[in-house]
Unconditional design. Structure first.
Length: 160
């Protein structure tokens, strides 16, 4: 059965648009973690954020654990989806879905002078969230490198 060229091209275009519409939430690349081969997250076209040109403050899981222990006022911001959050999260975390339609609105209700540790599944969405928060005037931010996956890989405590 022959497929007309226009139909084949339309199908490919639709498939490409579907891939782009998934967004930069957890894009897989050769590095396997939503980053390019050099370890940096790629451009998120939906928000126009180019992380390669930004200095995103990032801490390791070990540093994050020490921050949590040392600062009871630290706000843990989980930017995963509500379904991911329900599967497990850091104790005391607040969930604001980076992919949600009201993400920026919900951020605008937060204290811009508070200290935030932001995390997602692997660190990619959190990097974009931190960039957006910086643009909105938040001043005390850290992205947890490796996100929830790295936290749990180190057998750190979580709650459901």
């Amino acid at each position: 059965m022959k497929v007309p060229l226009k139909l084949a091209m339309a199908t490919l275009l639709c498939a490409a648009l579907c891939v782009v519409s998934v967004g930069c939430s957890e894009r897989k690349t050769e590095a396997g973690d939503g980053a390019d081969a050099g370890g940096k997250a790629v451009v998120c076209p939906e928000d126009g954020i180019d992380l390669e040109s930004r200095d995103i403050p990032t801490v390791s899981v070990e540093e994050a654990a020490a921050m949590i222990e040392a600062n009871p006022k630290l706000i843990l911001l989980d930017v995963r989806t509500p379904a991911e959050f329900a599967e497990g999260h850091l104790e005391g975390a607040v969930n604001i879905d980076y992919q949600g339609d009201s993400f920026r609105l919900e951020l605008s209700n937060l204290d811009k002078d508070a200290q935030y540790l932001v995390y997602c599944r692997s660190g990619v969405r959190a990097s974009y969230a931190v960039a957006i928060m910086m643009d909105l005037g938040f001043t005390h931010l850290d992205n947890m490198a490796g996100g929830y996956l790295e936290w749990t890989a180190q057998f750190r405590p979580t709650v459901k």
